[in-house]
Write a protein that binds this ligand. Sequence first.
Ligand code: 5AD
Ligand code: SF4
Length: 365
Amino acid sequence: MKLFIKTFGCQMNQKDSEALLGLLQEEGYFLASSLQGADIVLVNTCSVRQHAENRALSFTASLKNRVKILGIIGCMAKARGEEIAQKMPYVDIICSPAKMVEIPRFLKEAGEGKKTLALEDGARPEEFYHSSFRFEKDRAQVVISTGCSNYCTYCIVPYVRGPLRLRRPQDIISEVKKNIGLGIRRVTLLGQNVNDYHYDGVDFVGLLREIDKLDLEEISFITSHPKNIPSDLFYLMAQSKKIKKYLHLPFQSGSNRILSLMKRGYTKEKYRRIVEDYRKIVRGVLATDVIVGFPTEAEADFLETKEMLEEVKFDFAYIFKYSPRPHTAAFFMKDDVSLDEKKRRHKILLDLQKRISLNIKKEKL
Ligand code: 5AD
Ligand code: SF4
């Protein structure tokens, strides 16, 4: 039986798919290189915005009666598993991120005609990350933590991936060493907020220092949160020859009122100070995420966000239209910025960022 995983969403999902494919390969499944010819298809989903869910749902629906075993796994399974089981009875396996390690068993049972609805949260056993299967030859992602306990009011992550859970430093380092053994020289450390890492006295900077000693060419990490960025991180980034001078630091909104409603835990003034330090000490690339149309966002709030983009001149900015997510605190606020208005604000910022990125490129030539 040939198996294919279609992945939607972020790098964390990519890594989950890779780890799962590795487990399944060890169980004797053949991995299909594309959808064509696959008998088993697992759709690894993202719930961060409605649009991502819609894409995964229509992709899954298009496979109805076309494959032997069909699964919806990952964040959307956790967020909407029961509803999917009802509306898409042809889906054999519905599995939350925490239960992925049990998918080999669920597949066996699906072969015997039994359906699975596994929606529990919980810590993943280390074995989930133990296979040697890698998508790429010279780079790999390494998960340092799963979930998040920050509860930004728009964000579904803590509900679908659970609270912050940390991998032990020795497990992370042994995975990095394993990668090195496989010939991999570039690693990206993954966490919803890497600054939250702390395990038995080892914080994120401590972990980075240890990884910096290993035989690697490049170390990068995503994502960083402005509310608790460690003061010594930038000095380490500046000193190290391996740590990539790249910071993904979402500011989400330039309005302090909206930042407070989002429960982000910083002001735009603090954000600006961090950027100043980063530029002075690291002189690296800066990327950000922005949300337009959060509940109650007025034109004046939006203009402050626009001003932040104009002022900071990010190398990359990912701009999103606010999408109400079930379970979140903001879901209970009125989604009062119309879709047309969200689209207008989104386009203004996209056009602005395009000009800024182009200018940065020109200056570098
Ligand atoms: N609506 C729109 N964008 C969102 N993001 C997270 N949740 C939402 C939401 N409900 C964006 C944030 C985050 C990025 C990964 O996705 O900008 O940083
Ligand atoms: Fe979501 Fe906030 Fe956690 Fe990021 S830090 S994953 S935006 S809750």
